[in-house]
Design a binder for this molecule. Sequence first.
Ligand SMILES: Cc1cc2nc3c(=O)[nH]c(=O)nc-3n(C[C@H](O)[C@H](O)[C@H](O)COP(=O)(O)O)c2cc1C
Length: 393
Amino acid sequence: MRFFTAGESHGPQLTAIIEGLPAQMELQEEMINKELKRRQGGHGRGRRMQIEKDKVVISSGVRHGKTLGSPVTLTVVNDDWKHWTGIMGIEPLPEDIDPRDIKRRITRPRPGHADLVGGMKYGHRDLRNVLERSSARETTMRVAVGAVAKQFLRELGIHTVSHVTEIGGVTTDPAAYAGLSADKLRDIVENDPVYCADPAASAKMVEAIDSIKERGDTLGGVVEVIIEGCPPGIGSYVQFDRKLDGKLAGAMMSINAFKGVEIGLGFEMAKIPGSEVHDEIAWSEEEGYYRKSNRLGGLEGGMSTGMPIVIRGVMKPIPTLYKPLESVDIETKEPFVATIERSDPCAVPAASVVAEHVIATELAKAIMEEFRSFTMEGLKKELDEYREYVKGF
Ligand SMILES: Cc1cc2nc3c(=O)[nH]c(=O)nc-3n(C[C@H](O)[C@H](O)[C@H](O)COP(=O)(O)O)c2cc1C
């Protein structure tokens, strides 16, 4: 499976094309819309989320609720486009209009964004040309594609969930959700204002967001993605670019504002001896091989072990501050306080939804690389047989 996303933040629409999905997979717009709505939620989101009520249109690759095996095209219209037709128009500018007179032109790059370097790289004197595509609005389509991937995984008995474990230094107590299944965790998270599974920490996170907002500042945090039901052996040890941990980490790092990834105990492993890190192997008739603990987060030697995959990512605080940082105007070269395009105090809850979807997409891709049937039924059969084989290995 491969996919592309396209579209500018204030352009007419966002698009994704997915190729390589098996035929006969159930797919309906509603499955995707549910996830798009979650991406737009979470305490700490502001004005743009009220303007855009994202809804997907599937315009190819699906007939009567099932995939055809042909490319699936997904589109989300930007409701705000109607206010931007002049500024973001596709047609050439009339000769009597100087591009420097276009409204909402940006010549003051925002620190922490792609504005300055993107402008240098592509020769844009109006940095809006960079902002429009580098904006996290693109993550809408990453979630849409991920929702399709999640449906694929679900049909194979693989379930994903994400939750927020830290915002601005407020951390969850893992005991609050230890031992919960992915389904139970999802029920709690979906009803929490910051998509957190620890109610005590959640209340403090909400307070931290409200207080940082008053100060015109922003907060980052940590999100965790858990995948249950992945069979052992997805990924490979034989070549560096087939390693599943590398692929999942790359996917996490590809999300705007994500600056670090850990798997299982992650950076904690630097502090403790090997005996407290590695997971002992056991076998039982009904489960087959399993690990007595899951400190390595379901990945060994670049492959899934069959235990839940646990991966976390850290999001930096949003760089657009109402208390803006100093920058330099690219026309005058004079110092200036940076332009405020729009800003939320915290997008960590929304980012947890994005993280779940990019991870689901990467795992679905890895599975499709290894099990190659062209129909969903064929794939299910292959995977079931493989699961039986590894159990008795
Ligand atoms: C879901 C989500 C929402 C975001 N919302 C904003 C925002 O409102 N304002 C902002 O300045 N940055 C926001 N960002 C972060 C920027 O997109 C990101 O920092 C920027 O594109 C620069 O990329 P980098 O941080 O990966 O270097 C958001 C990121 C995500 C994942």
